[in-house]
Design a binder for this molecule. Structure first.
Ligand SMILES: Cc1cc2nc3c(=O)[nH]c(=O)nc-3n(C[C@H](O)[C@H](O)[C@H](O)COP(=O)(O)O)c2cc1C
Length: 467
């Protein structure tokens, strides 16, 4: 695994090269033998507990020759570097760039054209697919970007969907996020047709980030959003399944279809909620052809509540909600979707409130933008929304429950949220206005000026205290 062939700036290996050259401390090459059963995932969680989140390349997987790359998107510094900005500028840069749609370029030669496997030779169980948690029903392909065209408009999409290894050519798939792919499959099923799908494995983190965008016009391709993130046309190549176009620099392509009207048990699987998920749309994908690079790297996303699984969701949700709020509320400062709320279920909004009722507008706009968000806390701009202690202090001291809490029962929510109704997948959403009354006197917050703090630090230093 020392030299990689065919490196392209839009590829996973291009990203790897950037990390190795510019951030060598953020790349961990594991050369000793590692078992696909539980070991790689447990190692990543131990690194996380120690406050580290490097990209990890397992070069020696027991029983396999293909290396496994994981945690490609679990590091804020590296994601920011992909966009050429500082970590603090990431949500804003992401928000701006993913609205600059750039038409794709279709190229004739794809890196994954080197090896072609068809018919009876197809055997997905030969891929080094980790078994991540003891509850998982089987090994899961977790970094599969599924692409398909809308059977009505022809516009395509791309997004991650978990894939359960069932047989040599059969994968269980869950489309529970109910976004484009779910809808495309529903539309195909309505016509009594299977949905042609290509699974792309091994993409650049900017593809991962762009694929998580959900609020954009119906006629725009997600690949055009990803092009916006790259700042140049995303290079695609045709892959044969119903003329689908997939990233030309990817590692592995699995062509096939999601069957109409067929449902089979799928799961349980260790999900981003930190729970075993037994809920699934229980769809079935059948593989027709595999194509890959000769020296393909197998990409896997660490599942459960890992950084790899959640960090991009935090950033994309922060960006999407901020976009929606800024349209009507120019004094919204920032949005934080904390990792501890699974990168999904809570949004904290910072605003400079000018008039009463603005926090309520912010709550409704957030609920209308992001179906996964079930709690919104709005705070004044003197509160540090990245410090949960400060947020909880604002809730404790500024909220009058009888006036400041709103509930929206029966709201569409996440299928995987364990509190959502098992039949309708609805929840009661809650907004908490933790802002002070506008324009009125309110208890005065205790503050120590920056100047005094700096002086205090220097006094402490002279007293021999290291801060
Ligand atoms: C690592 C990862 C795994 C995911 N797995 C699933 C999944 O199994 N099913 C699903 O519906 N959404 C899943 N999602 C969320 C979708 O990828 C996301 O909502 C995406 O925007 C959907 O794309 P689409 O609009 O093409 O359907 C996952 C996201 C990540 C980051």
């Amino acid at each position: 695994m020392n030299s990689l062939s065919n490196i392209d700036n839009q590829s996973l290996r291009g990203f790897l090269q950037m990390v190795e050259t510019d951030y060598p401390e953020e790349l961990l090459r594991v050369r000793n033998a590692v078992d696909l059963k539980f070991e790689s995932t447990a190692m990543l969680f131990e690194l996380d507990k120690a406050g580290r989140s490097p990209v990890v390349l397992f070069e020696n997987i027991k029983g396999h020759t293909m290396p496994v790359l994981t945690n490609a998107a679990g590091n804020r510094k590296l994601l920011a570097a992909c966009l050429g900005v500082k970590p603090a500028e990431l949500p804003t840069a992401f928000r701006e760039r993913c609205q600059k749609y750039i038409p794709c370029e279709v190229v004739d030669n794809a890196a994954w054209d080197e090896v072609v496997i068809e018919g009876d030779a197809i055997d997905l169980t030969k891929l080094p697919v980790p078994l991540q948690f003891t509850v998982d029903a089987a090994p899961y392909i977790t970094a599969g970007q599924l692409s398909a065209r809308d059977p009505v408009t022809g516009v395509d999409t791309t997004g991650f969907h978990r894939l359960m290894l069932k047989d040599k050519n059969r994968l269980g798939v869950s489309l529970h996020s109910r976004r484009r792919m779910y809808e495309f499959h529903r539309r195909a099923e309505e016509k009594g047709q299977n949905l042609p799908v290509a699974i792309t494995l091994g993409v650049h983190p900017l593809h991962y980030m762009g694929s998580m965008v959900y609020a954009y016009p119906q006629n725009v391709r997600k690949f055009e959003i990803i092009g916006g993130l790259f700042g140049e046309p995303y290079r695609l190549a045709r892959c044969g399944v119903a003329d689908l176009e997939v990233p030309a620099a990817a590692e592995i392509i699995i062509e096939g279809e999601i069957l109409a009207g067929v449902h089979e048990p799928e799961g349980p699987f260790g999900e981003f909620t930190g729970y075993a998920s037994y809920r699934s749309t229980q769809n079935v994908f059948v593989a027709k052809r595999i194509r890959m690079r000769r020296d393909a790297i197998y990409h896997s996303v660490v599942s459960g509540m890992s950084q790899d699984h959640i960090l991009v969701s935090c950033i994309t949700r922060e960006g999407e909600i901020l976009n929606a709020l800024r349209r009507n509320l120019p004094n919204v400062r920032a949005v934080h979707v904390p990792h501890t709320t699974c990168g999904a279920f809570m949004a904290i909004v910072s605003m400079k409130k000018i008039a009463e009722g603005e926090p309520q507008m912010a709550m409704m706009a957030t609920f209308g933008t992001e179906l996964y968000t079930k709690y919104v806390i709005v705070v004044d701009d003197d509160v540090d929304i990245y410090d949960m202690n400060d947020v909880m202090w604002a809730v404790a001291t500024r909220v009058r429950a009888e006036k400041d809490v709103i509930m929206v029962p029966g709201s569409k929510s996440a299928i995987l949220d364990p509190t959502s109704d098992p039949q309708t997948f609805t929840v009661t959403k809650m907004g908490i206005d933790a802002t002070k009354p506008a324009g009125k006197d309110f208890a005065e917050r205790l503050v120590i000026s920056e100047e005094r703090r700096a002086h205090a630090r220097s006094l402490l230093e002279s007293a021999g205290v290291k801060l």
